[in-house]
Each structure stands twice: as C-alpha cells, then as structure tokens.
Design a protein around this ligand. Sequence first.
Ligand SMILES: [Zn+2]
Length: 452
Amino acid sequence: MTAIFANKALLPDGWHDKVRFSIAGGLIEDVEVGATATAEDRAVGCVIPGLCNAHSHAFQRALAGHTEQRSPAGRDNFWTWRERMYELARGIDAATLTAIARQAYCEMLTSGYTAVAEFHYLHRDPKDPDRQDAMLEAIVTAARESGIRLTYVPVLYERAGFDDAAPTSAQGNFAMRVDKFLAHHERASARAGEAISVGIGVHSLRAVSRDSLTEIAGVAADRNIPMHLHIAEQQLEVEQCLEAYGARPVRWLMDNFDVDGQWCLVHATHMDEDETQALAESGAVVALCPSTEANLGDGLFPLHDFLRHGGQIAIGSDSHVSINPFEELRWLEYGQRLATRSRNITSLRDSHVGRELFSRSLEGGALASGQSIVGLQKGAHADLVVLGDDDPMLAGHGDDSRLDALVFSGYPLPVERVMVNGDWQVLDAMHVERDRARWDYAAKLNAFRAAR
Ligand SMILES: [Zn+2]
C-alpha cells in the first residue's frame, strides 16, 4: 500500500485540506480528511481527479498542422479536410500507429487526462492486411506503454453514405462487414483487464445501415457497455439524413432506438430545439470536442439549452489539434460567449463556470467510458492529478476559483504528477516515457513523410 498526503484535494463534495489517500491494487482504499502526514507518505500539493478524454482518434495526432493551407480552389471545409485525413489513414501501419498513439497518450497524461475512449475504425494494417487485430494491438500497446486508462471503442464503418451501400476506395481500407466487426469486438473484449475496458460503436448514421446499427446497439445493451457514434457534426449530414430517413439525425435516432445513459453521441452540433430537449432528457452523454469542432468549422453546440434540460456532457480532443482538457473547456465556454455576446454561460448549478465545466466533464467522461465511480473516493481507481500549489496560475486563488484559474488561464499547466491505477506516469511535469515516445514518434513520422 502507498499513501499520498495532499495539502488540498478535490473530493466529490468539494475541496478539503490535509487529505490522505491510501492506495492499494490500483484503487483508492481510503480517503482521510484533516489527516496528519506520516514519514512514509508522499507529500504533494493539490490533487484533482483525472479527466477522461471521451473522444479520440489517436492516429490524427500526426495530422496536426498539416491541413492549414488554403487550397487553390479556396473552398476548404470539413469534407476537403477529410480527404487529407484519409490520405494519412491509408498509409498508417501498426508500428506507426503505436508510435503516434503512444505520443498522443503521453501528451494526454501530461495535461491531466488519465483515461481515453479511443474511437477506432482503422481495423486493417495497410502493410499486412491479413494480420488480424494488428491495429487493436497497436492501440493496446500504446495505452499500456503510456499508462493511460483505455476504453477501446471499436466502431463499424461499412458504407460511403445513406444512399451508397459500398464504401469509397479510401474507406475500403477500414470498412468492414458487420459479422467480421462483431467477431473483432468479441476478441477485443477478451483483452479487457485492469486498465482496459471495451465499448462499441458505429462511425455515424451515414456510415452504417439501419440493420447494422440495430445489431450493434443490441450488443451494447446486452453487455451493458458504452455505445458511441458521431452524429450531426455537419449540416450536409443533416440534409442527407432528412432526405434518406425523413428526419434529422438526432430526431431519427431518438425515434428509432432506446437512447439512454449508455449512449455517447459525439458532437451533436446541429440540433433543433426539440432534438436538444429530447437528447438531454434521454440521459445520453454528448462528447464535445471544441478545439476540433472549431478547427473543422463544424458549428456551435446548443450548450445552454442542452444543460437547461438536464443534458450531460463530456469532452474529447478528437483530432488532437490540441491535447489539453482545460483548453477544451475554455473554448467550450468561449464559443458560447462569442455567439451570445455575454459571459459566464455554463453556470446552471454553480456560479463558478470553471468549477461547473470541470465537474460536468468528470461525470460525463465516466459515463462515456463506462466507469461507475466518479471522482476521488473510496473504491475508485487511483487516477489522480497533482497540481503544484505554488504555481503562479494558482497563486492567490482559494477553493472557489482554483478551477476557474485552471480552465480560464491559458498559461503552462501546473500539472506536476499524474497517477493512473496507482502508478505514477508523470513526474516533475514530464511523462516517464517522454523521451522514448518522442524519439519513436519523430522517427516513424519522418519515415512516413519521406516515403510519400
Ligand atoms: Zn471523431
């Protein structure tokens, strides 16, 4: 057993002073408030729970900064970005995916994420297409070597669009038949263990048939595992869904499936008022990815209305143009401020916006990753983030505004140490595998670019 003595800690009922966490077998065995430190305790500054990155495509970390040049035609949008993303996806083999995902996961841990839901559809290694589950192996290896808690979410991609039963040639690299996909899911589920769990999902309404969606949602319900899908990210998808199914995407999903707290809908950007209310009342969590949604020009999620109707949110770094949970939360609020020309929008249950955003994303992240215990309490995974309590970002802040400072100050993060499952993965603000991860990432990326 190890013990951590925190000067301050954020527990489910708020901040407390002099908190001792007893940790054994990867779990928090006991939490003692107002404790006295012993010589064996690891004394630290300020402890907060780690957040879950509820939506990640790890391979897209290698695309950051490569799609910001205006094309000659000058009509750059989500769909032209997708072509560039497919180009990358086409060439990524399992060894390269391991290096990219390991680097992304190390960066997540260093910025205060302790868990990730990896929304994965690159099911085939282009170098060795017959090698079964090589890409799953790459993700699992990256998670194990970085130490992040992984919820592997294999998703089905089977067609190009509502009216195209076949995938395009670019999508052919990762498209799969539903029976093969379910066999893959079965094998992946056998890999679940201490720091790995398995969800399931479909890429989007346009990418799978209604029958396949029904089958996969049935597996999620039977096994009580998170069910993820992208939905209504782009206006064009809304128009295509209206034409093919006679309803807007979220409306159609709500009318045809038992959407509940097991479901994680990613983006849900384009909803009318009825859809917003229905989705909020369903108990489903929406994974919002503000830095990616801004980068891709998706649009703005109706956040205030959704929360007003009791909706639940998680955050994700999606395409990884940024890996910083506090920046995601900041831009989530800033988007609403810019649109409404007002301030402090995400304040429905707490007058402090940073505190409310943090607690909502902690709760939503647990839902999206299938964790039943939320926050730092007895029985929870020992996944925690240590902030330097002498960091300038936190200086002068008390219990009320400490999380506001963390969310709304765009300075270097005061993350000093990060523990997952009882093991330190970040020490002195540096991931313990940082050098190896960087070296392998740079080597694989340079080789990848040189080969093109
Ligand atoms: Zn996504």
